[in-house]
Ligand binder design. Sequence first.
Ligand code: WTA
Length: 634
Amino acid sequence: MSYSYQVKSLEEYNAAYKKSVEDPEGFWSAIAENFLWRKKWDKVLNWNFTEPSIKWFEGGKLNITENCLDRHLATKADQPAIVWEPNDPKDNKVVLTYKELHFKVCQFAHVLKNNGVKKGDRVCIYMPMVPELAIAVLACARIGAIHSVVFGGFSAQSIADRIQDAQCSTVITADGGFRGSKVIPLKAVIDDALISSPSVKKVIVLSRTHIPVSMINGRDVWWSEEINKVQNADCPAEIMDSEDMLFILYTSGSTGKPKGVVHTCGGYMVYTNYTFVNVFQYQPGDIYFCTADIGWITGHSYIVYGPLSAGATTLMFEGIPTWPDAGRFWEIVDKYKVNILYTAPTAIRSLMGFGLDFVNGKNLSSLRVLGTVGEPINEEAWHWYDDNIGKKKCPIVDTWWQTETAGVLISNIAGITPQKPAHATLPLPGIQPILVDEKGDEVKGNGVSGNLCIKFPWPSIIRTTYGDHERCRQNYFATYKNLYFTGDGALRDEQGNYRITGRVDDVLNVSGHRIGTAEVENAINMHTGVVESAVVGYPHDIKGQGIYAFVIFNGNMDDKELLKHGIVQTVAKVIGAIAKPDKIQFVSGLPKTRSGKIMRRILRKIAEGETSNLGDTTTLLDPAVVEEIKNGRI
Ligand code: WTA
């Protein structure tokens, strides 16, 4: 397969971009023609951003797994689809060809059906990074069940929240998972989550670590035993409407609990495939390695669906970059002759700190394209990646996008459009970004900054937030009329290149993970020693942002270290280890306006180390508290 829609030169990019703006429907329908549809669409696009109501390829019928699997069988049956590197480098790798993956997905689809899962049911997946995770995801899609993957680092409470919100009927998990030298119990966490999740009727458990687990009669079944019951693995794909839900993925916002971002079948397939093939300039035969976890959107779109729909070979890694040592990524590149490597700035910054001894001696000459995702990349990390990993001969794509966008929106195209360190650069074809000021007026021209919005839909834009459409409207479409608001701020340089500067709302980005300040505050406030708290981000050398918590404590506690420890543990229990505060400062009050609103701007400045220029504090209820907080800063 070659990709007729892969742009091959700057001229082709310019032409594609022009066409995508002048005739979006013509542009996207020509790309969609390259897929396997059971019935062609009646209308390419129907949209308004007011409700919002966005429909792509309406009336089209398809199954995404036929595009990821079946259609490759004629020409690529024996080509590796998934190559899996285990946590322990001494263990055996697993290679699944397209034929084998197709077989296993169909087989597990039967297991789901045998356990009562039907089209439209929601299935929660809480698994380590093993091939069965990809198989579970695809098997859901095969039968039209809606998957909701929850990252393996989230707590029982977080899982329960997500299961209840989506009313999942089934959970797929493993006894445990290996992460570096640790064994993470997964089934035990699910057991806790299910105490308060009555919608779940079945739990399918993969045996990975062989740690003891308790299996509940009538509810819990073993993956392998269920597979053994499948006589005939033939499983025709459920025919889906273009706009049927494919999956839900929960992500943090500035208020309340995480929301379930909904993506649908047709548009998601077309856009993730188009961006995968173009941004990375994937060539048939390339080994592509994305280091993300399938628990996040990057793994959904650029480990599973994008690469497989393009007939690529996608490498899945179970472990962590620093175990057995900090050379693990480079060893994997060497071992599998990886051509395209896609990782996060936080991983690069952390590995930089270990020095070049872990890079030297590894053969990285197979690399042709490098990528980054998840957070702004600082120039130092960009140059380290370019010099030491790409050896100055690999383009680096800085891909900006979000769970809600499902695919990359702004990025250079490897070797085709110009790159600029720390800049995501230009919009991809089909993407019409604009910058607006606080009032919502467009900031025109170049050499400017503003809040980043998109003014026209692309095929994989968020459709709704599960069970609460109004929340979707409020969050993304109500701030500025007729615009999708990203929540990010950006600069546009003299050449029109975008540089994403980070969130302008109360969302933190810690090691590339999105965390809402309100969520962390709610968790901290659950501790009995806490009266009130306020959480802000501060610059962190490796994580990008760290979590700084200002906490008013209950006067009864005199051992502050113990209290701090207790607070950290509470956050880990309520959300997960990724949300643990890095710094906790006890204060006697918080800077509030007369109407009781916390002035986060002031706290953010103090946390960032800026104590002189705090702006106007005269409207505060108790200005003296600011002095105290400044003096107690850690
Ligand atoms: C940030 C991850 C700068 C941004 C795919 C966005 C980035 C949030 C970049 C979405 C980048 C992602 N440069 N910032 N290349 N990529 N971000 O939903 O703030 O986990 O809004 O999706 O990450 O995070 P999410």
